[in-house]
Design a protein around this ligand. Structure first.
Ligand SMILES: C[S@@+](CC[C@H](N)C(=O)[O-])C[C@H]1O[C@@H](n2cnc3c(N)ncnc32)[C@H](O)[C@@H]1O
Length: 343
């Protein structure tokens, strides 16, 4: 069955990697059908797919909606109407259910007017014997104009507003240099940590990553060398009722047993002055990666975001590099995301 993930356009790779990680975590098998601008179409197999997708939408940060696909065609009015006219909607709408059609244009794609096509698609579904309800429909159809036109019914939606409410400056303790909650959540998802498992951030700062880990039900452990910042992290974690442990300590000497954490997500310091307690950034990265490798369980993932390239440090520590991708934040800041595996 084809499903479309309406991706946010805030990053080239993160939204898509986040979706893949969540599907794997839920044991859903998928095959990439098409990857359009802000729309990823997957052929998904498995049991209770819709139920699992509702759960996944509760974790995702960088998608808007998950759709069960009705059809895909070129962004041309005649083809769009013909596609809808010829579609069987029995797996989308049941007898007596009401519907609405909402259209969206990804960036500059397609010249078809949104309101016009909403009306025409609504008419096509009406002619199949269903009644529209613009205010409180049972089923919402979403029509996305991207490189192609994708029509589907919404299976689940992501509460993107919740991430805005957790913006760093709205938390009880703020200190500059923190990742935005949506990025932090996407990284937590990419680490595939599950409810009840242990997530470590050895450079926890104000707990931006740990708050997101706590909200997906992980027990989160943070290590932070500065007492004042660690105190702030506690305030932030308490605000979101996280199940957590915080240590004021050095990430290069971690007082945890070998192979005891299920996932690591971290954002180590970049600037030379930011490396505290280590002789140099070189030493900080060498020793902290060795510690990350030691405490992570076998078969698990570590996700590191850094301005520096960390592949060499990670491989030296024993990790296998699964993926590396970058994001240009602004002119002088490019972030590198590195996904590591302990085999
Ligand atoms: C880029 S910030 C992390 C920001 C964090 N993600 C947040 O949500 O606030 C890096 C953090 O690492 C801490 N740090 C620097 N050297 C450290 C060390 N040797 N051990 C543990 N933490 C260290 C800094 O104090 C800083 O808070």
């Amino acid at each position: 069955m084809l499903y479309a993930f309406e991706l946010s356009g805030e990053h080239d790779f993160l939204p898509c990697k986040e979706v893949f990680a969540c599907l794997s975590m839920e044991g859903l098998e998928y095959r990439e059908h098409a990857f359009y601008d802000q729309c990823l179409v997957l052929d998904i197999e498995g049991h209770s797919i819709d139920e699992k997708l509702v759960f996944i939408a509760g974790r995702l940060a960088m998608s808007h909606h998950i759709l069960k696909v009705v059809g895909i065609c070129e962004v041309k009015t005649d083809q769009i109407i013909e596609m809808c006219d010829n579609s069987d909607l029995s797996s989308h709408l049941s007898e007596g259910q009401t519907y609405v059609v909402r259209a969206k244009r990804a960036r500059h794609h397609g010249e078809v007017n949104r309101e016009f096509i909403e009306g025409r698609l609504g008419g096509s579904i009406f002619r199949k014997g269903f009644r529209a309800n613009l205010k409180d429909p049972d089923v919402t159809f979403r029509f996305i104009m991207t490189n192609m036109a994708v029509l589907g019914s919404i299976v689940a939606s992501v509460d993107r507003g919740a991430y805005e409410h957790r913006a760093p400056h709205r938390k009880p303790f703020f200190y500059p240099g923190v990742l935005m909650p949506r990025v932090a959540r996407a990284l937590v998802n990419i680490s595939q940590v599950k409810e009840g498992q242990i997530l470590l951030d050895p450079f926890s700062g104000t707990a931006g990553i740990l708050v997101e880990g706590g909200l997906v039900g992980a027990h989160v452990i943070g290590i932070e060398v500065r007492k004042k910042i660690s105190h702030g992290a506690r305030m932030n974690l308490d605000e979101y009722n996280a199940d957590y442990s915080l240590l004021v300590a050095d990430a290069c000497h971690v007082s945890l047993k070998d192979s005891c954490v299920d996932a690591i997500v971290t954002d180590p310091p970049y600037g030379r002055s930011a490396a505290i307690r280590a002789e140099s950034l070189q030493h900080l990265y060498t020793d902290s990666f060795a510690e990350m490798y030691r405490v992570l369980r076998q078969g698990k993932l570590a996700v590191v975001v850094s301005e520096l390239k960390v592949v060499e440090f990670a491989e030296k520590a024993g990790f296998t590099v699964v993926d590396v991708f970058t994001q240009k934040v602004h002119k002088s800041l490019t972030r590198t995301f590195t996904i590591l595996y302990k085999g």
